[in-house]
Design a protein around this ligand. Structure first.
Ligand code: C2E
Ligand code: CA
Ligand code: CA
Length: 405
């Protein structure tokens, strides 16, 4: 172990013991880099009880009471931790916003309950009757899930601060002549220990925690940067190209969203007509009237709007009429079975016709083989994207893709 110049941080080398079972404990540790295993000795045996990585907390019962440590924590690689002292935490809680303070106290209280239930659970796991063990686990599960979510949100927030998110760009082409029309911005997370993580793994948590606003802002900023880079590289021909950005339903009915987008457009002088916002039917769930107002205001800024994942949500023809839309996106789920799947074929045909009826253009997503492409062409679907054309690309590769036609 080595002391750090920062009193709140400490470094451990691989194999160093961070704390030992039965030792007194008054601090917890948040792992900032590296990896820690937690083991428990019982009846002459040593059992692994946790394997913890970046963003996870170890020794957290010290935040509740002065218990002796119930387990031993060992760094398995070079590890850096942030030290959370109980007194310091209490001090911060005293100063914090009353809502935050109350929430943390409730969570700590839950942690205390979990701790009381888990200690017998661990002993059971080492040989006590199964029924007891299952009961303890069932009681503790909701709290464990709540803590897990709390931890992942923390990781996500820190990832955003540290610039671990990158916007990748998937080409969208005109299906009749194969010409590139633009790109869809898709977020990826370069996670420090998990590597590349797709949005399916984090958009949900980001939406529940409100962090999706930061991600969507980042995507919009990157879209604007992309347009600038395309113009710089290609000159006039680039002026036909657009970038689409996904806008979470968490923004529906929020006037602040309109202001943020308007400010960003004004600040960058970005060409609004070359930016498409992709929204889903989830925008309608809580307050359809407010959502329509937000969309009209976004549309008034000159942006274009696409309805994503069409047909998978709360389909209603009424809002196709009241939403100021430009594009309908046909969900990958309907495309994947083409041309053999009868249901998929009929639904896709119907969506393409519906788009035409409402004066919108259809964009098919997830086209990954030539048979699907041929089927879509014969239906008169205007645009498409998918692995057949290209996977999502880094900014540099997207610019080269556009330059090479
Ligand atoms: P989406 O908007 O429906 O995006 C299309 C998804 O299909 C992308 O997955 C894309 O990589 C994938 N895809 C495209 N072509 C093919 C293909 O030929 N075969 C297959 N198997 N897949 C294909 P991805 O990147 O995992 O994104 C998942 C979802 O996450 C997106 O679905 C979108 O709803 C959401 N998302 C991504 N970026 C953002 C963001 O910046 N903000 C918000 N709010 N949501 C985002
Ligand atoms: Ca999309
Ligand atoms: Ca979609």
């Amino acid at each position: 172990m080595s002391e750090n110049s920062d009193p709140h941080r400490r470094s451990f080398a691989s194999g160093d013991v961070i704390f030992e079972q039965n030792a007194p404990g008054d601090v917890a540790y948040i792992i900032e880099s590296g990896h820690v295993t937690v083991t428990r000795r019982w009846s002459g045996r040593t059992v692994d009880i946790a394997s913890l990585g970046v963003g996870e907390i170890v020794g957290e019962s010290a935040l509740i009471d002065d218990f002796p440590r119930t387990a031993t924590a060992t760094a398995t690689v070079d590890t850096e931790v942030f030290i959370v002292e109980r007194d310091l935490l209490q001090g911060h809680l005293g100063d914090a916003d009353p809502l935050i303070s109350m929430l943390v106290r409730v969570l700590i209280d839950r942690l205390r309950t979990v701790q009381h239930r888990l200690v017998p659970f661990e002993d059971d796991a080492l040989g006590f009757p199964g029924a007891e063990r299952r009961r303890a686990r069932r009681l503790a599960e909701p709290e464990i899930l709540a803590l897990g979510r709390f931890k992942r949100e923390h990781e996500l927030k820190r990832g955003i601060e540290r610039g671990e998110f990158e916007v990748t760009l998937q080409p969208i082409v005109c299906l009749t002549d194969g010409r590139l029309t633009g790109f869809e911005a898709l977020m990826v997370w370069h996670h420090p220990s998990l590597g590349r993580v797709g949005p399916g793994e984090f958009i949900d948590i980001a939406e529940r925690s409100g962090l999706v606003r930061d991600l969507d802002d980042l995507a919009l900023r990157s879209a604007i940067t992309t347009l600038g880079a395309l113009d710089a590289r290609l000159g006039d021909p680039a002026r036909e190209l657009t970038v689409s950005v996904n806008l979470s339903g968490a923004h529906a009915g929020q006037e602040a969203t309109v202001t943020r987008v308007a400010d960003l457009l004004a600040e960058t002088g970005a060409p609004a007509s070359r930016i498409t916002l992709e929204i889903t039917e989830s925008w309608l769930v809580s307050d359809p009237e407010a959502a329509v107002q937000t969309l009209r205001a976004l549309k008034a800024l000159g942006l274009r709007l696409a309805l994503d994942d069409f047909g998978t949500g709360y389909s209603s023809l009424a809002y196709l009429h009241s939403f100021p839309l430009d594009f309908l996106k046909v969900d990958r789920g309907f495309i994947s079975g083409l041309p053999g799947d009868d249901g998929g074929t009929r639904i896709t045909e119907a969506i393409v016709r519906l788009a035409q009826t409402f004066g919108l253009a259809a964009i098919a997503e997830g086209i990954d083989d030539p048979g699907q492409l041929a089927a879509l062409e014969s239906m008169g679907c205007a645009f498409g994207q998918g692995y057949l054309f290209s996977r999502p690309l880094s900014l540099g590769d997207a610019i080269e893709y556009a330059a090479n036609g």
